[in-house]
Design a protein around this ligand. Structure first.
Ligand SMILES: Nc1ncnc2c1ncn2[C@@H]1O[C@H](COP(=O)(O)OP(=O)(O)OP(=O)(O)O)[C@@H](O)[C@H]1O
Length: 688
């Protein structure tokens, strides 16, 4: 019979478990209600857009009705993951919670004329051929005009640039400057994107007196410095070059910046830009309006939003993984033993099915260069865009592609974000990128501004997980493309025959590079001789940076360690860390070895900490004695026989024969003398 205390204990335990059940039940109900709400909202929106609501039934009907593309020989079917489940429902997010206000809903009938924009802007909008604002523009421009901080997310190619630039230009026109100072700063992650945003800004400001300036890496520093000194209204910059100017151009500062815009914000927090971003934000005026834009949002962006934005308004027109609405996504499965077919498949696609306006994305610069040579040797008009090229070469490739002088642009992820190239019909992924986020940006180079486009991605066995995620979030049908085997074989043969030529081209390029290097060395030496001491003095003046070389190294290392620490914490984070481990490759050998040492130290520390931690206390019924004392669990004693019978050392054997030692006898309270007393002479045995 349990005593009073134990009954009380029971009641408490029962109450607790009831509470727990209630809480989990409530959260289940909440989740279900949330799900129903989102489903209903989606259905309503779809109805409003005149689309069919995707039910199982009409999906099957659609499947039956849809023809296999007639103009292509390749077989194509709806994508199915064999026995894998496909979910079509968009993920439910709880992102809104951390924001001050949500303005993702917009007035669908809003026109540019209704937005109270000045005449010069309306004139420019008409000149650019914009008839109606896009959804992100309808949602953002009114909020931006109110001077509020914004954190916005919308699918690729939906007009985010105009969404943040138009309210800013309106402000500059409405409140003209009193002195030549920089009032708006737009930060972008890549040089090409900077050039593009600058061009859009100039076009939208063409009928006003607003001045603009571009400060990105790879372009002449001195010219930029001169332009900055004149105090342009709007400055578009990459973080690195901006900090360079801030530290080396004495008259240039950011204290007058009224509006700060971070475009492709998540990318800027990705790649060790974080410290630079913080430094720039620190240098800007405190009384500024800040707008944060991206097609994909990450936890880091939300963190940045929480520290750099004041009462931000959240405008998420599309979900994080939405691709452009008119994008047709296709996938080609690469079987485990057919990995070597990728080049043949891509060559076949480009020669037979998608001859022009194609962007081909590769994972590495080397892959991009090899494909450039191969496709060139096959007689296709092709160019390349990646980090191994000079800025001039990169811009030239982009220009030639835009001007249709080349049909195919082979690129790495350097061209995956923000670039708005008119008329890209197809994006081909040689391999799937590292993350779904990167995939969204890559395929976002087509199907822009309401146009249709297509993406074809080659998916190996290792990449099927990402494919599953893409299928899950896809709002339109995803297709599987199958290339006839004989076509693949034909192209494999073609490539094999071209191998010798590829090798020859690579050799020629190497020779040319070596020649250029030695020429450059000679020229430098000549110049030094000519200009003498002056030149040497000039060279000695290194441009300064806000961090020392050592600090930058430490920052990189700290970031890597932080990632490792995170990786140890949970399965998901560990997985992400393993995926991102390529970042480590960017470290110097010295940094890497230091990283490995610190990593093992940290691991040991965590292990020790875990061992020191008190074991979790467990609830016991009160009548049961709390038998186990707190503290480390004692090791179960092994049997005496186990020890004695297996210990064959000389000492043990001797002890076993002689019995317990003097000390043992004393400790165990046994007679201190052995039976038989002291050793006596054998006289007792003596014959009496
Ligand atoms: N209201 C509009 N009407 C028609 N075209 C528009 C409108 N707004 C923008 N565009 C065009 O849409 C294209 C894409 O715009 P933009 O580059 O700003 O997209 P984005 O959302 O920033 O894309 P990304 O996420 O890839 O950077 C551009 O060519 C632009 O000229």
């Amino acid at each position: 019979m349990p005593n009073r205390g134990s009954v009380k204990g029971h009641i408490i335990t029962t109450n607790e478990s009831l509470q727990r059940i209630e809480v989990s039940f409530l959260s289940l109900i909440l989740k279900t209600l949330k799900k129903i709400f989102f489903q209903e909202r989606e259905a309503k929106q779809a109805k409003g857009r005149g689309e069919d609501v995707e039910t199982e039934d009409n999906q099957t009907k659609k499947r039956e009705c849809e023809d296999v593309s007639r103009d292509e020989e390749d077989v194509e079917s709806h994508y199915s993951l064999d026995d894998e489940a496909i979910f079509t429902e968009a993920g439910i997010s709880s992102e809104a919670e951390s924001f001050f206000e949500d303005a993702s809903q917009y007035d669908d009938n809003l026109s540019f004329q209704d937005m109270n924009l000045s005449r010069p802007l309306l004139k420019a909008i008409t000149a650019l051929g914009f008839k109606q604002p896009t959804p992100i523009q309808k949602a953002c421009i009114p909020v931006g005009l109110l001077g509020k901080d914004i954190c916005a997310c919308a699918a690729t190619g939906t007009g985010k640039t105009a969404a943040f630039i138009l309210p800013v230009l309106e402000r500059l026109i409405y409140k003209p400057r009193q002195a030549p100072i920089t009032r708006v700063l737009v930060l972008v992650p890549t040089r090409e994107l900077g050039i593009q945003v600058h061009s859009v800004t100039k076009q939208l400001a063409q009928f006003s007196s607003v001045t603009t300036c571009l400060a990105v890496g790879g372009l002449d520093v001195k010219t930029q410095e001169a332009a900055l000194r004149s105090g342009p209204d709007v400055l578009i910059a990459t973080p690195g070059r901006l900090i360079d100017h801030l530290h080396n151009c004495p008259s240039f500062h950011l204290s007058s910046v009224e509006v700060l815009i971070l475009d492709e914000a998540d990318r800027m927090l990705d790649e060790y830009f974080e410290e630079q971003m913080k430094e720039i934000i620190r240098l800007c005026s405190n009384h500024r309006q800040t707008m944060l834009f991206s097609a994909t949002m990450t936890e880091e962006v939300k963190d940045l939003a929480s520290v750099s934005l004041k009462n931000p308004v959240r405008i998420f027109v599309n979900s994080n993984t939405d691709v452009a609405p008119f994008l047709r996504q296709e996938f080609i499965r690469i079987r485990p033993n057919r990995e070597g077919d990728r080049e043949a498949i891509v060559s076949a696609l480009l020669t037979r099915t998608f001859p022009d306006h194609v962007m081909l994305f590769t994972q590495t610069k080397k892959q991009a260069h090899r494909m450039h040579i191969l496709l060139g040797l096959m007689g296709l008009r092709v160019g390349e865009l990646h980090g191994n090229l000079s800025q001039a070469q990169r811009l030239e490739a982009l220009r030639r592609f835009k001007d249709e002088q080349i049909d195919i642009l082979v690129a790495t992820d350097v061209a995956a974000r923000g670039l708005d190239i008119e008329g890209v019909k197809t994006v081909i992924n040689f391999t799937m990128p590292n993350t779904t986020k990167h995939y969204v940006h890559r395929v976002g180079r087509t199907a822009r501004a309401g146009r249709a486009g297509r993406s074809v991605s080659l998916v190996g066995e290792e990449e099927r997980k990402m494919l599953k995620d893409i299928v899950k979030t896809a709002k339109t049908a995803v297709k599987a493309r199958i290339l006839p085997q004989d076509v693949i074989l034909k192209f494999r043969e073609k490539i094999e025959n071209l191998e010798k030529d590829v090798y020859a081209v690579l050799c020629l390029e190497r020779e040319e590079r070596e020649m250029q290097q030695s020429e450059a060395q000679i020229n430098r030496a000549k110049k030094k001789l000519e200009t003498g001491k002056q030149e040497t003095l000039g060279e000695g003046l290194e441009r300064s940076w806000f961090q020392t070389r050592e600090e930058r190294k430490k920052e990189k290392l700290a970031k890597a360690l932080q990632e490792f620490d995170l990786a140890l914490r949970g399965k998901k984070k560990r997985k992400k860390f393993m995926q991102d481990r390529q970042k480590k490759v960017q470290m110097t050998p010295e940094e890497r070895s230091q990283f490995e040492i610190l990593k093992s130290q940290m691991y040991a520390e965590r292990l020790a900490k875990r061992n020191r931690r008190a074991k979790r206390a467990r609830v016991l019924p009160e009548e049961e004695p709390a038998a186990v004392p707190a503290g480390p669990k004692q090791k179960k004693k092994s049997s005496v026989f186990d020890e004695e019978l297996t210990n064959t050392s000389r000492k043990a054997l001797k002890q076993y024969r002689a019995g317990p030692s003097f000390e043992d006898r004393k400790r165990l309270g046994m007679a201190q003398h052995r039976k038989g007393g002291n050793f006596k002479s054998k006289s007792r045995y003596k014959r009496k």
